[in-house]
Design a protein around this ligand. Structure first.
Ligand code: ATP
Ligand code: MG
Length: 335
């Protein structure tokens, strides 16, 4: 039996290069070896975008196209929409008794995200909703509904997987051994920094290069990237380790990286030329993905059909799990 892998992505924007290097290159490989589910987590996206349903709906399609463009193959893996699986919402209600409010507030991912919102939106970012604080519970429902065993994530998600494991252990202790404790699987580069130097590139942080960005947009973003502030003139030597352009060269520029580093240190490379070289290399990597995107943009009915069929298949699995859960909780009245 193949192991089950579940990945959730929030439809809050397009996939970015943080996803690509931090996670999604691996998603493509996993689908050959594992039983893979890719969840477009629209219910979770609503926890902090409930007042903007258009944004979430638009990004469901954007994300589905991104997933197909990077090589997720619907004949190998199941791509589905969270909101079409009411069993996940029902599991969330049962699991919500198994976690305390203080534990949720102490969850490092929730804490960081609340702090980021505060930095972006001022005091308004501090007033978090019940749904937002509780999203780790709903994420535990996402994973366990499919009996997910391996969960490929970026580093920012580790505390959420730990939260899920705690819920599973508690459930199994009280009601009997029904659920599987999932394991987080980190990629080689578990956290890609943002263009602004922020510890994490994120869709909701406004610091991302998206896989679908045009050359013009990438040029504008890279040209504004933070470099060593001590380098004022073109031939000043600089420290590449505090330069975001060098940071991305390490991801995109293969064998050229050593030259970038030594010329930067020696003061024989200007920042503008260095940025231009990076822009070319980013565009080279993104070109095949963008070509596939064009196809799906022109065949949107195909995308809808893939989502519909994937959601139908996913629901069958989730409803089998819910049945077992309810039986264990003595809620199987009329079975
Ligand atoms: P949002 O800002 O809306 O939360 P996001 O950019 O964090 O968006 P998610 O949909 O929350 O993206 O995350 C999808 C997956 O990609 C998760 O496993 C997450 O850990 C991973 N991921 C997201 N950003 C990065 C990053 N900068 N580096 C590595 N992995 C990342
Ligand atoms: Mg996130």
């Amino acid at each position: 039996m193949k192991k089950t892998v579940l990945t959730g992505i929030r439809p809050t924007g397009n996939l970015h290069i943080g996803h690509y290097f931090g996670a999604s290159q691996r998603w493509v490989k996993l689908q050959d070896e594992y039983n893979c589910y890719f969840e477009i987590a629209d219910v979770q996206a609503l926890t902090d975008n409930f007042d903007n349903p258009e944004k979430v709906r638009h990004n469901v399609y954007e994300l589905a196209i991104d997933l197909l463009s990077i090589g997720i193959n619907p004949s190998k893996a199941t791509i589905f929409l969270q909101s079409t699986i009411p069993e996940i919402a029902e599991l969330t209600v049962y699991y919500s008794n198994l976690v305390t409010m203080s534990r949720l507030y102490r969850n490092p991912t929730v804490k960081t995200e609340i702090a980021q919102k505060k930095a972006l939106f001022g005091n308004e970012g501090e007033s978090v909703t019940y749904g937002f604080v509780g999203y780790p519970v709903s994420q535990a429902a996402d994973i366990t509904a499919f009996m997910g065993e391996a969960i490929p994530v970026g580093e920012d998600q580790l505390p959420l997987i730990e939260q899920c494991r705690e819920i599973v252990r508690k459930f199994n202790n009280i009601y009997g051994n029904v659920l599987i404790e999932p394991e987080a699987v980190l990629g080689e580069t578990p956290r890609i920094k943002g263009l602004d130097g922020n510890d994490k590139m994120g869709k909701s942080l406004g610091n991302a290069i998206y896989l679908c960005d045009s050359k013009e947009v990438i040029t504008e973003k890279v040209m504004n990237a933070i470099t060593d502030p001590a380098k004022i003139r073109k031939d000043d030597p600089a420290n590449p380790n505090i330069c975001m352009v060098y940071y991305y060269h390490k991801l995109f520029s293969g064998d050229e990286v050593d030259t970038v580093c030594s010329e930067c240190k020696a003061g024989t490379r200007g920042c503008v030329a260095c940025k231009r070289q990076l822009i070319e290399n980013i565009c080279k990597v993104l070109q095949p993905i963008q070509e596939k995107r064009k196809y799906y943009e022109e065949h949107i009915d195909e995308v809808t059909k893939i989502l519909e069929e994937g959601s139908k298949k996913a629901r069958e699995k989730a409803s089998a799990t819910l049945k077992e859960v309810k039986k264990a909780m003595q809620l199987d009245y009329f079975d």
